[in-house]
Ligand binder design. Structure first.
Ligand code: KG4
Ligand code: ZN
Length: 344
């Protein structure tokens, strides 16, 4: 049996989790997520404040996680930590803590790519969410469309040319006067919206685009964001129009993501789609994806606490890397950007 402690500090969540494979299936034993509410007043994450808040939180968060699993630190076989991509100052807090723990307990440290964590998250809810599958990772910082023939083997099919999907939600939320992070507020507002009043054009979604065109699987949301800005500015009664604009925006974004994912799944003949990242909390997206794919393609989405940033997914990806004999050295550095390991 292998028991892994996962640590995640790449952005504004300080999180720790324990995953083990006691019964042959990777199982989540405990998870603590401390979200830094302090950034709300700034309307976005302030890196320096995030680093300091991680520093204050990391020790009690790990302690609580170990206690919740009814374990002790000496029961751990390895510590897995997010080392990339993310805010370097924030990553360094988790990384240096993991290095200290690795030395003190004489256990290996495993370096985990944050987006590989998001890929593994759903498999903790449902072990059948395993490759081969098409993956759509939609978070605040990334929008990645991948073909995953096996764990550790990732073919990047498409990504965003400008804003990430979550970033687009957050910017539109700001335009509509909603709190940060705004994704779930936009979704809630759009529920009451009239879909016929603001029909924004679908970004990079021309029906006759040939599959070898570079825009076939990429997305772009900055034009849509500008269209929303113009709609807000042009409104004579924003209280009346807010929900309709939110609806128009969300419909356009979701239709684009769903269509691109359907194209990718068809290209590789995949009958499973795995969603990940904070935007995968969006029920409207999940339902639209299921409706578009029909009964022959299974759509997996993580539960909300595993969709947004958390250490459970880092421990799970860490277990995979550990079983492949990977070990990080104590001079391992944090990186702001990095391709997925095993990415073509
Ligand atoms: O994965 P995540 O927690 O952090 C990053 O790694 O970036 O994703 C956060 C993003 C935010 O942009 C937030 O607005 C978005 O996920 N989000 C949503 C919803 N819940 C969270 N977007 C749309 N609909 C939601 N229900
Ligand atoms: Zn994330």
């Amino acid at each position: 049996m292998t028991r892994i402690l996962g640590i995640e500090t790449s952005c504004d969540e300080t999180s720790a989790a324990i995953v083990d494979d006691a019964n042959g299936v990777p199982t989540l034993r405990s998870l603590v997520i401390l979200s830094q509410d302090v950034h709300r007043v700034f309307g976005g994450v302030v890196p320096e404040i995030a680093s300091r808040a991680h520093l204050t939180a990391i020790v009690p968060v790990v302690r609580e996680t170990v206690a919740q699993a009814a374990a002790t630190l000496s029961d751990l076989d390895a510590v897995a930590v997010t080392t990339e991509p993310g805010l370097v100052g924030a990553l360094m807090v988790g990384l240096n803590y993991a290095k200290g723990l690795s030395l003190a307990l004489d256990i290996p440290m495993i370096a985990v790519h944050h987006m590989e964590g998001h890929l593994f998250a759903t498999s903790l809810d449902d072990a059948t969410a395993e490759p081969p599958f098409t993956a759509l990772l939609v978070s605040g910082g990334h929008t990645l469309l991948l073909d995953v023939p096996a764990w550790g083997s990732y073919k990047l099919l498409g990504s965003t040319r400008d804003d990430a999907a979550g970033e687009a939600f957050d910017k539109v939320a700001k335009l509509l006067g909603l709190p940060y992070p705004g994704g779930r507020h936009v979704e809630a507002l759009a529920r009451d919206g009239d879909p016929s009043r603001f029909r924004f054009s679908r970004p990079m979604l021309h029906r006759n685009t040939p599959s070898d065109d570079s825009s076939y699987l990429d997305v772009s949301f900055s034009g849509l964001k500008t269209a929303v800005l113009n709609a807000v500015r042009g409104s004579t009664d924003i209280e009346r129009d807010r929900a309709d604009i939110a609806r128009g925006f969300q419909d356009a974004l979701i239709e684009t993501l769903v269509e691109k994912t359907a194209r990718a799944a068809a290209m590789f003949h995949r009958d499973r789609i795995v969603l990940g990242g904070g935007v995968a909390c969006n029920r409207t997206l999940i339902e639209a994806m299921r409706a578009r794919m029909g009964v022959h393609v299974e759509v997996f989405a993580p539960t909300p606490r595993l969709a947004t940033d958390n250490a459970a997914m880092i421990a799970r990806a860490g277990l995979f890397r550990y079983n492949h004999g990977e070990r990080a050295s104590l001079d391992h550095a944090a990186r702001a950007t990095a391709p997925l390991p095993g990415q073509e």
